[in-house]
Design a protein around this ligand. Structure first.
Ligand SMILES: C=C(O[C@H]1C=CC=C(C(=O)O)[C@@H]1O)C(=O)O
Length: 421
């Protein structure tokens, strides 16, 4: 493992207890101000805090190293789990770099995890912490709205549009079929940003998205890269976006999206990339013939839910969730087609380091069950008062740079609304 740093307490707590706790309260309302970990949708999922262990890793074997580290860590634990559901017992939160070979991926084992699934609630605590003593935390009063100052990130809008135009030319010339180009937006506030408030606002506004937080990367993603429950695998692939409008205009935009040959081509490439990567691991894998519309507060997407069953035997049958995530990432929803050409064009044109934006984010447990989304509609907190927001768009032959810029603005609006309250 290159550039790896493993930290864990001098005497790691080796006892992990999960107890039933249906009345623990709203998951995001339990989080402390520091070290908030979350993966919540429709009020269910997992939140965590504290660090029983942590791994930061990068390099060509980053995900394999992390999988080995987690297997060794959990093999040593004394677990008492009265729930036995995906997400109960020991849990690892993860935020993986867009390019795990070059960027740093972060893995955190929380000291406390509170979970809810199909109405069943639980608390998992490590070491001497009493799982029955976990209680909701009162958020301090809101105070006045933050004053926010925005600044261009790596590229100003005109330069980014020129990069999109360049990408369209390369696609038209036949160099590649699709590339996803992203941009960043910097924000500084006149007072500290409270991640708990941001997470609650994101969850309120985007209940159909997964509200995530790992090591200062926060967002509400509509895209599920991969879920594993036993041998059952599922994913929600998104690509192809239209803005929302008012009244009849909104319906016109929805009809335009579902009927758009350009967006459907962009979507098909994303679905194909996932299916091609996952197929060798599956005995059965199905993707819908037609995408559906996913309607969010700020945008609408073309969406396809893909489901499969992992093989029972052979090396691919034994593959753990991190191996599967490594096999499917990056799909053409965040990189492009063919993948190596798109990745090279991103490096050439974007002019920024994506860090963990557009990388897999989520959790896994000691059984190998877990959920990973793509870290989209998100921001990385920078210091106490700042954040770096990210948004990207799939570029294909028919893409118009100005429309793509507007799409990034609609996507930034998800996090901006959480900042603005
Ligand atoms: C790369 C992003 O979105 C991807 C996911 C959904 C729709 C997309 C699109 O229509 O371009 C992108 O492929 C982003 O939000 O930063």
């Amino acid at each position: 493992m290159t550039a790896a740093a493993l930290t864990s307490p001098d005497a790691p707590a080796r006892t992990v207890s999960t107890v039933r706790a249906d009345a623990a309260g709203e998951l995001l309302g339990l989080l402390p101000a520091d070290g908030a970990l979350s993966w919540v949708r429709h009020g269910e999922g997992l939140v965590g805090w504290g660090e029983a262990a942590r791994l930061e890793v990068s390099g060509p074997t980053a995900l394999a190293d992390a999988a080995r580290w987690w297997a060794e860590y959990t093999a040593d634990l004394d677990v008492d789990d009265e729930i036995g559901l995906p997400g109960s017992g020991p849990v690892l939160f993860a935020s993986i770099a867009f390019d795990p070979t070059a960027g740093t991926s972060v893995f955190v084992v929380p000291e406390v995890v509170v979970g809810r699934r199909d109405g069943v609630g639980w608390v998992t605590a490590t070491g001497a912490i009493d799982p029955r003593a976990v209680a909701a935390v009162d958020l301090p009063d809101e105070g006045p709205a933050l004053r926010l100052r925005y600044a261009d990130g790596a590229l100003d809008p005109a330069t980014w549009c020129a990069a999109v135009a360049d990408a369209v030319q390369r696609i038209t010339a036949g160099d590649l079929a699709k590339v996803v180009l992203a941009r960043d937006l910097l924000v500084s506030a006149d007072a500290p940003l409270d991640p708990r408030r941001l997470l609650r606002r994101l969850a309120d506004r985007f209940p159909d998205c997964w509200t995530f937080s790992v090591d200062g990367l926060l967002g509400a993603t509509p895209e599920l890269l991969l879920r594993r429950t036993g041998r059952e695998l599922s994913a929600r692939v998104l690509a192809g976006t239209a803005p929302r409008g008012a009244g009849a205009e909104d319906e016109r935009l929805a009809a335009g999206l579902i009927g758009s040959a350009k967006d459907r081509a962009e979507h098909e490439l994303a679905v194909d990339s996932l299916v091609r990567a996952l197929e060798p691991y599956c005995t059965r894998l199905t993707a819908p013939a037609e995408p559906e519309l996913l309607t969010l507060a700020n945008v609408r997407h073309l969406a396809s839910d893909v489901v499969g069953t992992q093989r029972r035997s052979g090396s691919r049958g034994r593959a753990g969730l991190l191996e599967l995530v490594g096999a499917v990432h990056p799909t053409a929803a965040v990189c492009g087609t063919p993948t190596p050409d798109a990745a090279a064009l991103i490096a050439e044109l974007e002019g920024m380091d994506r860090g963990r934006y557009a990388g897999p984010v989520g959790w896994l447990d000691a059984r190998g069950d877990g959920e990973f989304g793509l870290a989209l509609r998100c921001a990385e907190l920078t210091g106490s008062n700042g954040a770096r927001l990210f948004a990207g768009c799939g570029i294909v032959a028919g893409s118009d740079p100005v429309a793509e810029l507007a799409e990034t603005q609609s996507k930034f609006a998800a996090f901006q609304a959480a900042l603005e309250g």
